[in-house]
Design a protein around this ligand. Structure first.
Ligand SMILES: [Zn+2]
Length: 228
């Protein structure tokens, strides 16, 4: 069935999502990501990664068997071939890989980038650059040449990022798991330990039209012993 979930992330503290691009020429070591319009964003891939980890945690707690990410060799479809000798190709994907994909199968969902949206306009170029130092663990002193700069969203701005997840899922059970996982996300970005990126995530199920009771009921489907 067709699924669309609107996701809003309200960041309570400054956010830094590394771009993975070296920015040493700019004197900034960790660049926060922007799209081509200069809007700050949380990449869809970061949301997907976070949500996958959260959903894995939930299913492990409910004793649902899933493969062992992120090592490709112990992920689906290999996992259930090695452990259960499952002949049927279709049955070799765990609930997590069915939703999020594996190195050998595509996810049926697309995760759009979450862009800074304040309800009236998309926000541009509002970042802070903050200095930090690297402390040598063994000697407990500041290491030379280890002063670095981190670009973050402004500390008091509490930016709201919005975007959507859309695509196709098999049943309400999968949707309920996604929504539960989304509400569990607490932080985004690098430097969690330094207090950056603590977030409140809210989500709106646009399609299909399900009541809270129907979602809660569907979630119970994971605990009724019919899981593989
Ligand atoms: Zn899997």
């Amino acid at each position: 069935m067709k699924v669309e979930i609107q996701v809003t992330v309200e960041v309570q503290t400054a956010l830094c999502i590394g771009s993975g691009v070296s920015a040493s020429t700019l004197g900034i070591d960790r660049l926060t990501l922007k799209n081509h319009n200069g809007n700050l964003l949380i990449p869809g891939s970061a949301l997907k990664g976070k949500l996958r980890m959260g959903c894995e945690q939930i299913l492990k707690t409910l004793k649902v068997r899933i493969c062992q990410s992120p090592n490709p060799a112990s992920m689906c479809p290999h996992y259930f071939w090695i452990h259960d000798n499952r002949e049927n190709e279709e049955e070799r994907y765990c609930p997590i890989c069915e939703i999020f994909g594996s190195p050998w199968s595509e996810s049926p969902l697309e995760f759009a980038d979450l862009v800074w949206w304040d309800g009236e306009e998309w926000k541009k170029h509002k970042t802070d650059v903050r200095p930090g130092i690297a402390i040598s663990r063994s000697r407990g002193v500041v290491e030379e040449d280890k002063l670095f700069y981190t670009e973050t969203s402004p500390p008091d701005a509490k930016p709201r990022f919005a975007g959507d997840i859309h695509g196709y899922l098999k049943d309400n059970k999968q949707i309920a798991l996604m929504l539960t996982g989304l509400k569990d996300i607490r932080a985004f970005g690098n430097s969690k330990s330094r207090g950056l990126g603590w977030s409140d995530v809210s989500c709106d199920l646009i399609s299909p039209d399900l009541t809270d009771e129907e979602i809660a009921d569907a979630m119970k489907g994971w605990t009724n012993g019919q899981n593989t």
